[in-house]
Design a protein around this ligand. Structure first.
Ligand SMILES: [Cu+2]
Length: 450
């Protein structure tokens, strides 16, 4: 994303301030909660409150208990390691693995309010903060009766949390961007050589969410290959993983021996080995290069990249509608699983890239789905024209504002900007786009300027 995109949004990045603000808001709203985690207080025993950890929320965010002995039964319902800490009491659980629980004894508490958080680096900044309020005249929190408030004390607190998250977009993350143009080494005979190193890296999916990604040359997606029909292409793949791999060219016509399906067409590329794929591109394609070895893990964990051959033409029927040229051509790779999770081009909202167009400009989008589920991708405006399926031009372009992209599919769509504004662009399986803290995952925006 460039600086223009940011200034157009005028939203800015709140950075560390968000965490502090969040804590302050939670503090203000915590006192009134009577209906937000199942808890029990049998006679003189301790009050026991259930608290759930996930990416990236502590639920309930506002915990309320009466004075006396208090225990917090902490369960990690997420997919990453979390902990639960009450810094002012110097009490903290061990790091809790996904699916596991620990009961934290806080001792005997008197009236007051304190912050709680996950101390894993970056998690508090992503929203894993809350408050613990000790007060008389209130029932302990009870999430079984929390209605639609996800454990927030009231709707105002929920709105605040959602607004903070939404306004963090477009959030910066560390490291290189994925899907950048792959510049080949061109040999004397014109052969385009792509040197690919398969390696595991730390990948920041969204601020604070750093995962182990399996990558081509260190980014998710891998660098984007774009060659012409008739090009001689050589891909030299060196495997630096601690496991075997192979590379399949999805949607691209290649000789069988380079189809990447070990053990049939080649041996696996074992750790430390290099394998060379070499072929001449025979037909236009909107394809993908990706793993074909333990692919259900290696692909969602990051081993995919676009491989485009030739240029997709604008259909005459759309030229007649004013689609005279393509001003931008982008690939949007969908993913939902593995270490990366729900994401667009390897990033989750609010770290997804915004797209920009001026009124009248045309963008060509190649959707491709490298996840394990179908995703109906919806751009609020303008309506898209599907011009190709899996790289093959449709006989008649089809209009659609919600395009179902199944795993492995590619759709090429033209959008012509009509109205100024920030237009949301997201998967319409709503749980892929919104969580208890607001928008996340498969959400971005098209920003149209005059
Ligand atoms: Cu989805």
């Amino acid at each position: 994303m460039n600086k223009d995109d940011r200034s157009v949004l005028m939203w800015g990045s709140f950075g560390v301030a968000i965490a502090a603000l969040f804590v302050a808001i939670a503090s203000m709203t915590g006192l009134v909660d009577k209906n937000s985690s199942s808890s029990s207080n049998s006679g003189t025993g301790p009050t026991v409150v259930d608290v759930q950890l996930s990416e990236f929320a502590i639920t309930p965010a506002a915990i309320v208990v009466p004075p006396g002995a208090v225990q917090i039964r902490v369960t990690n319902n997420g997919t990453m390691v979390h902990n639960f800490s009450v810094p002012s009491l110097s009490k903290k659980t061990a790091d809790i693995n996904p699916g596991e629980s620990e009961t934290l004894d806080l001792g005997t508490l008197s009236e007051g309010a304190m912050d709680v958080l996950c101390e894993i680096a970056g998690h508090a900044g992503s929203g894993m903060v809350g408050t613990l309020t000790v007060t008389t005249g209130t029932s302990p929190t009870d999430t079984s009766a929390s209605g639609g408030l996800h454990g927030f004390a009231n709707w105002q607190a929920m709105d605040q949390a959602m607004e903070i998250r939404a306004k963090a977009y477009p959030a910066a993350t560390s490291g290189e961007k994925g899907g950048q143009p792959f510049v080949p080494v061109v040999e004397a005979d014109g052969t385009k050589v792509f040197n690919i190193t398969v390696k595991e890296v730390d990948w920041e999916v969204e601020p604070g969410k750093i995962v182990k990604a399996k990558t081509y040359n260190g980014t998710v997606p891998g660098p984007e290959i774009h060659v012409n029909v008739g090009d001689k292409v050589r891909l030299v793949v060196t495997n630096e993983l601690n496991e075997s791999t192979s590379v399949h060219f999805h949607g691209i016509r290649v000789p069988n021996k380079y189809d990447g399906v070990d053990p049939y067409t080649q041996k696996p590329i074992m750790p430390g080995e290099t394998f060379t794929y070499e072929f001449t591109t025979l037909e236009p394609a909107v394809g993908i290069y990706h793993s074909h070895h333990d692919a259900q893990v290696q692909i969602p964990d990051g081993m995919f990249g676009a491989f485009i051959v030739g240029e997709m033409p604008i259909p005459d029927v759309l030229k007649a509608k004013g689609f005279t040229q393509v001003d931008k051509e982008v690939t949007m790779t969908l993913n939902d699983s593995g270490t990366i999770g729900l994401s667009l081009n390897g990033k989750s909202f609010p770290a997804t890239d915004p797209y920009t167009l001026r009124v009248g400009q045309v963008m060509m989008v190649h959707y491709q789905n490298e996840g394990l589920m179908g995703h109906p991708m919806h751009l609020h405006q303008p309506v898209g024209w599907i011009i190709a399926k899996d790289g093959v031009p449709l006989l008649t372009p089809e209009p659609s504002d919600t395009i179902w992209v199944a795993p492995g599919e590619r759709y090429t769509v033209l959008y012509k900007a009509t109205d100024v504004g920030v237009w949301a662009w997201h998967c319409h399986i709503l749980s892929h786009a919104e969580g208890p803290q607001g928008m996340f995952g498969m959400v971005t925006a098209l920003i149209v300027t005059p």
